[in-house]
Design a protein around this ligand. Structure first.
Ligand SMILES: [Zn+2]
Length: 170
């Protein structure tokens, strides 16, 4: 593996993504364009997570067909429908994209957007050990310039420690 001085993998290492996969990622990311840069007030965030909780339990164990997503989206108004725009949702403050067929999607067929952006950038799938770090600490800022790839979580943790020691004052 080739890495630059930040420990980030350099393009060209590992196996290549198929054209098909790259196209799929672009499509998935394009669908999510509306949510980028969207700012919520604290109040709406709270409301959203509350409505999200209720919805999670309602849908537990059930498959959610795309038409159903659309129905829910149109039956809800305002910010509440945000979670369904373009098949995206929030998990632990991170953006996830609905992506059935991805080899590492979760049980509900979602993949973290920052991982998809990195996969598209380096042209291969990330393995589950690899960790994508947000340079500015902003979990929803998934522009490629804000992302760094570490081959495992212990290297990722070392970077956090290193950054803490480097900063004398801010
Ligand atoms: Zn990090």
């Amino acid at each position: 593996m080739i890495r630059d001085k930040n420990g980030r993998f350099v393009k060209g290492s590992g196996s290549s993504l198929s054209k098909e996969h790259k196209k799929k990622i672009s499509e998935a990311l394009r669908g999510n364009k509306n949510s980028l840069g969207f700012k919520h007030t604290e109040d709406s965030k709270k409301k959203m997570s509350e409505s999200q909780k209720g919805r999670e339990s309602y849908w537990k164990g059930k498959k959610l067909p795309l038409e159903m997503c659309e129905k829910i989206r149109t039956s809800l108004s305002g910010e509440k429908c945000y979670a369904w725009k373009g098949g995206t949702r929030k998990k632990n403050g991170y953006i996830q994209i609905y992506y059935p067929g991805h080899p590492f999607c979760d049980k509900k067929k979602y993949v973290f957007e920052h991982r998809l952006v990195m996969e598209k950038h380096i042209g291969r799938y990330l393995n589950p050990d690899e960790v994508v770090h947000h340079i500015n600490g902003e979990k929803t800022d998934n522009s490629i310039g804000n992302l760094m790839l570490f081959s495992n979580n212990s290297l990722h943790g070392r970077h956090h420690k290193f950054m803490r020691e480097q900063i004398i004052f801010t």
